[in-house]
Design a protein around this ligand. Structure first.
Ligand code: FAD
Ligand code: NAI
Length: 475
């Protein structure tokens, strides 16, 4: 006998599991199907984000930052350490524990919210009376009937055609998160978010890291002045970043990988490394869904085509997260998941794409929301800019982390905040205030008039807002 549900969610990444919880909260009978399997063969809900993305990468960034602090910065506090060492196996074990806590947390949340969880691959069988027939291919095959289906099947790493991932020498994000010993030489192709975060982890632990990037500009989507500062700081830290390269043959052997490439000047070069991370973007994942057979429309990138409300071309079928258009970010997937569940329940869910924050968890961190200066110039919009360096912030000096700045961009006439860009300590946390401000259509003057605790890094946000009107108090 098939079990019937109001909503069946396929995929339990941040888009899917959050959609399932919200649907259940709204009184809808909800199931969620997820295929991710842990090393013991059990379910591991949470998707890319929890298993091989946001969470494990941040765990390793923290461990490696602690090592860097202990090795290079504790001495200035008078703390001496003799015989500092790094046990990679312990670090990876801690990361795996953090992942497991998150997997278990999601299973607990499903129980708490009465979401029925199925471990296996979900696929469309066809339309049935009262909705869609969804097959679950798992330890115990099942067929579910769903009035509404939310597809949240995420994305997969994009490989170079000449270098398939073997996760031993040629690594995707998966292999990059479980290198068993610090490589002497590590190559990274693609200086995007994964390349910089994972390159930073292994550089801090002692690897000589070379990043090869096809584009002539560094971090093209980031505000130019932030990208320029980041390139300067990362290079000073020891990341070797080569821009404007063209990757040629890649040969992987037992002991290493050899990458042939043409540099920006047109000269033929060769990079020999112990391991190579390929982080050149991700592709929407729809394999196993049986999408074609039921006529689910995909675009030329393989993403499920949706309208502004995440409706697909099929009645009662929605799609959210990395598998649809828009930025591939966990919090974007979550917002879409919530909005779709609310729409199914007859409410008016909404996602504001103009205020989705971005964070790159390097050191210093980079975070931004809204428009970059180059975007405003291209739009011909009149704007005012204000900037404040962490060097002039008392808390940053006490932390011993004064690199970077906060930059505000506001409309020249109305003073409405159009973009905020931060490179510096805890930028990931500091950006939240600006997201709130932009959601409420605040002006830079509004932020400048709000009392910020002293001493705190957040005073730099207030000072950058004051700088828009050329009246900083501490710089
Ligand atoms: P996913 O998380 O990919 O989840 C999809 C799930 O669906 C998976 O569990 C998959 O097994 C399952 N699935 C697929 N097909 C089927 C099927 N047919 N049946 C059943 N189950 C299926 N984003 C951030 O916002 N912040 C970060 O710090 C960040 N760091 C990242 C670091 C790395 C190394 C990577 C790779 C990504 C990172 N991201 C980060 C991006 C983030 O992980 C994704 O945007 C997010 O996971 C997308 O969520 P999703 O729910 O759409 O898909
Ligand atoms: P990315 O899109 O951030 O960067 C890919 C880089 O590779 C680009 O700079 C691109 O120009 C370059 N590239 C593409 N083809 C190339 C080639 N043939 N040779 C050399 N360079 C090439 O993609 P990345 O780093 O793989 O990450 C995928 C996505 O995952 C991100 O876009 C982001 O959405 C998400 N993510 C988010 C994080 C966060 O929010 N902190 C962390 C990690 C990933």
């Amino acid at each position: 006998m098939s079990q019937s549900f109001d909503v069946v969610v396929i995929g339990a990444g941040p888009g899917g599991y959050i959609a399932a919880i919200r649907a259940a909260q709204l009184g809808l009978k909800t199931a969620c199907i997820d295929a991710w399997t842990n090393a013991q063969g059990g379910p591991a809900p949470g998707g890319t984000c929890t298993n091989v993305g946001c969470i494990p990468s941040k765990a390793l960034l923290q461990s490696s930052e602690n090592f860097e602090q202990a090795g290079h910065h504790f001495a200035e506090h008078g703390i001496g350490i003799k015989g500092l060492s790094m046990d990679v196996a312990t670090m990876l074990g801690r990361k795996d524990k953090v992942v497991k806590q998150n997997n278990d947390g999601i299973l607990f949340l499903f129980k708490k919210n009465k979401v029925t969880f199925f471990h296996g691959t979900g696929s469309f069988k066809g339309q049935a009376e009262g909705g869609w027939e969804i097959a679950v291919d798992g330890a115990k095959p099942e067929t579910l009937i769903a009035k509404q289906v939310i597809v949240a099947t995420g994305s997969s790493p994009r490989a170079l055609p000449q270098a398939a991932f073997d996760e031993e020498r040629i690594l995707s994000n998966d292999g990059a998160l479980r290198i068993p010993a610090v490589p002497k030489k590590l190559g990274v192709i693609g200086s995007g978010v994964i390349g910089l975060e994972m390159g930073s982890v292994w550089r801090r632990l002692g690897a000589e890291v070379t990043v090869l990037e096809a584009l002539p500009t560094f971090l093209g989507a980031v505000d130019e002045s932030v990208a320029k500062e980041a390139l300067k700081l990362f290079t000073k830290q020891g990341l070797k970043i080569e821009l404007g390269v063209k990757i040629g043959d890649i040969k992987a052997g037992k002991s290493g990988v050899s990458v042939a490439y043409t540099d920006a000047k047109g000269a033929e070069q060769k990079l020999d490394v112990d391991r190579l991370i390929v982080s050149i973007g991700r592709v929407p994942h729809t394999t196993g869904l049986n999408a074609e057979a039921v006529g689910l429309k995909l675009d030329e990138r393989g993403a499920i085509v949706v309208d502004a409300d995440c409706r697909t071309n099929l009645p009662g079928v929605w799609a959210v997260g990395d598998v649809v258009r828009g930025p591939m970010l966990a919090h974007k997937a979550e917002e879409e998941g919530v909005a779709v569940a609310e729409r199914i329940a007859g409410q008016h869910g909404h996602v504001n794409f103009d205020t989705i924050p971005w964070v790159i968890y390097t050191s210093p961190e980079i975070a931004w929301v809204g428009k970059t200066e180059q975007q405003l110039k291209a739009e011909g919009r009149a704007y005012k800019a204000g900037q404040f360096p962490f060097m002039a912030n008392g808390r940053a000096r006490a932390l011993g982390d004064t690199s970077g700045f906060v930059k505000f961009l506001a409309d020249a006439q109305t003073d409405e905040i159009l973009g905020v860009h931060i490179i510096g300590p805890y930028a990931s946390e500091l950006i939240a205030e600006s997201v709130v401000a932009m959601e409420f259509k605040a002006s830079s003057e509004d932020i400048a008039r709000i009392c910020h605790a002293h001493p705190s890094l957040s005073e730099s946000v207030k000072e950058a807002a004051l700088a828009v009107d050329k009246r900083t108090l501490n710089f």
